[in-house]
Design a protein around this ligand. Structure first.
Ligand SMILES: *Cc1c(COP(=O)(O)O)cnc(C)c1O
Length: 421
C-alpha cells in the first residue's frame, strides 16, 4: 500500500459487522476466562491486553498505523514527545552511559539531555552535525550507546544527513535515533536511509489539529544489539523472570522491552481517546504535509524578498544552506516551518510578532492554523546566549509555522506587520 492508503487503512481492519472507524476502547482493564490465561499474559507467552498502562486496542491501532507509515517493525505510543525521547534513550542506557547528540535540537530535549539525564548519571556530548565525520566521531567513547538527532531541527531547520550519521553510528556499534517530528513519514522515512529508531512528538503534524499531546517511538528492526554494548536487551530481565528480549522477541526486541519494562515501570501511556484524536489527524497527513510545504515555500520566497528581514531559513528555499540535503531527504516538501531573523534583533522580532493579526502567537508549531513563536523568550529561554547560537537560535529568530489558510491571506498578514516595523 502507498502512504496515503496506509494513513487511512493501516492498523485497523474491521471484520463483519464491526465499526468502520477505530472504536474508542475506554476501559482500563480486560477480562479473561481463566487465571491461567492471565498468567500467560504476564509471562509474555501470549498476546493480549491486560491493563491500559501497557496497551489498549485503540492506541494499538494507532501504533500499528505509525509503524506501517515509517516502515518499522513495532511502535510504542507515549503520553508526550518528551516521554518518547526519554524512554527511547533509557531503553538502551543506564547510569554511567553516554550518548552523542546533535546540538541543534528542540529546547525541551536540550534541557532533558543537559540537565535531567545528567543528574541520572547519563552523560552526553553535543556535536555540530555539519562538522567533518572525524570531528563527530571523536565525540564517541567506549561507553557511548546512541547517536541522537532531528531530521529537520526545531527551530534551526538544519537537515540531518541521515546516511552519513547512520554510517558513523553503526561504525561505532550504536543505533541512530532520529526525532522526525517536523518531517513526518509523509515527507521523509529515516529508516530508508539507515536510522534505527524514529521518535515523534505526535503533538505536532501527526495530529496536526493541536488537540492532543503525545509521542511515539518506532523501531526499524534488524539492529545488532548483540555487540556487547546492550546487556539490557541481550541478558535475562530479572523483572520478567528471565526474559531475553533479543532471543525471545527477535523481530522487535527494542519495542517489546520499551513497553513491557519501561512503560510498565514509568507509566506514560496515552489514553484511548487521545489515540482516537491522533488517528483522525493521521488520516489526512499526506494531504496536509503537501499543502503546509507548498504554503511555506511561498512564504519563504516572499520573506526573502523583503528588505526588513535579515535571514530566511527554510530548507526548501533555493540557496538555503540545507537545500542540497533537502533535495535528497525531503523531495516531497520541506514541511511548514520557516524560521526568520528580523533586522533589529530581539526587540524588532517581538514588535513584528505583536503586529501579526491572522497568525497567532502561541507556544506551538505544526498546527493547521498559522502561528509564530520567539524561541529565545520561550522554548529556548533557559539557554545562555552561547548555547542559543550553538542551537542555531539567534536572539532575533522567529519560528513561523505556516498553516493551511489561503497563502495570500498569510502573506498579507506578514506584509502588514512588516510595514509597521
Ligand atoms: C515538541 C517537540 C518535542 C516534545 O514533544 P511534546 O509532545 O511537546 O512533549 C520533541 N521534539 C520536537 C522536534 C518537538 O518539536
Amino acid at each position: 500500500m502507498h502512504l496515503e492508503t496506509k494513513c487511512l487503512h493501516a492498523g485497523y481492519t474491521p471484520s463483519n459487522g464491526q465499526p468502520r472507524v477505530v472504536p474508542i476502547v475506554q476501559s482500563t482493564t480486560y477480562t479473561y476466562e481463566s487465571t491461567e490465561e492471565i498468567g500467560r499474559l504476564f509471562d509474555l507467552t501470549s498476546d493480549g491486553y491486560m491493563y491500559s498502562r501497557l496497551g489498549n486496542p485503540t492506541v494499538a491501532a494507532v501504533e500499528q498505523k505509525i509503524a506501517a507509515l515509517e516502515g518499522g517493525v513495532g511502535a510504542l505510543c507515549t503520553s508526550s514527545g518528551q516521554a518518547a525521547t526519554l524512554i527511547s534513550l533509557l531503553n538502551i542506557m543506564q547510569a554511567g552511559d553516554h550518548f552523542v547528540t546533535s546540538s541543534t535540537i528542540y529546547g525541551g530535549t536540550f534541557n532533558l539531555f543537559s540537565v535531567t539525564l545528567k543528574k541520572m548519571g547519563i552523560d552526553c556530548t553535543f556535536v555540530d552535525i555539519s562538522a567533518d565525520e572525524a570531528i563527530i566521531e571523536a565525540a564517541f567513547r567506549p561507553n557511548t550507546k546512541a547517536f541522537f538527532a532531528e531530521t529537520i531541527a526545531n527551530p534551526a531547520l538544519k537537515v540531518l544527513d541521515i546516511e552519513k550519521m547512520a554510517t558513523i553510528a553503526h561504525r561505532q556499534g550504536v543505533p541512530l535515533l532520529v526525532d522526525s517530528t517536523f518531517a513526518t513519514p509523509a515527507l521523509c522515512r529515516p529508516f530508508d536511509y539507515g536510522a534505527d529508531i524514529v521518535i515523534h512528538s505526535t503533538t505536532k503534524y501527526l495530529d496536526g489539529h493541536a488537540v492532543q499531546v503525545g509521542g511515539v517511538i518506532v523501531e526499524k528492526g534488524g539492529f545488532d544489539w548483540g555487540n556487547g554494548k546492550f546487556p539490557g536487551l541481550t541478558e535475562a530481565d530479572a523483572s520478567y523472570h528471565g526474559v531475553r528480549y533479543t532471543t525471545d522477541f527477535p523481530d522487535s526486541p527494542y519495542s517489546v522491552k520499551a513497553r513491557v519494562q519501561l512503560m510498565r515501570d514509568f507509566g506514560a501511556y496515552p489514553a484511548a481517546h487521545t489515540a482516537f484524536l491522533l488517528n483522525l489527524g493521521l488520516e489526512t497527513l499526506p494531504l496536509r504535509m503537501a499543502k503546509h510545504s507548498e504554503n511555506a515555500l511561498k512564504v519563504a520566497r516572499y520573506l526573502a524578498s523583503s528588505s526588513k528581514i535579515e535571514q530566511v531559513i527554510y530548507p526548501g528555499l533555493e540557496g538555503d544552506t540545507e537545500h542540497q540535503l533537502a533535495i535528497k531527504y525531503l523531495p516531497k516538501g520541506a514541511s511548514g516551518v520557516v524560521s526568520i531573523v528580523v533586522k533589529g534583533g530581539r526587540q524588532a522580532a517581538a514588535k513584528w510578532m505583536d503586529c501579526l493579526m491572522l497568525i497567532s502567537r502561541q507556544v506551538h508549531v505544526a498546527d493547521i492554523r498559522s502561528c509564530a513563536l520567539h524561541p529565545a523568550s520561550s522554548t529556548h529561554r533557559q539557554l545562555t546566549e552561547e548555547q542559543l547560537i550553538k542551537a542555531g537560535v539567534s536572539p532575533g529568530l522567529i519560528r513561523l509555522s505556516i498553516g493551511l489558510e489561503n497563502v495570500e491571506d498569510i502573506i498579507e498578514d506578514l506584509r502588514q506587520a512588516l510595514v509597521q516595523l
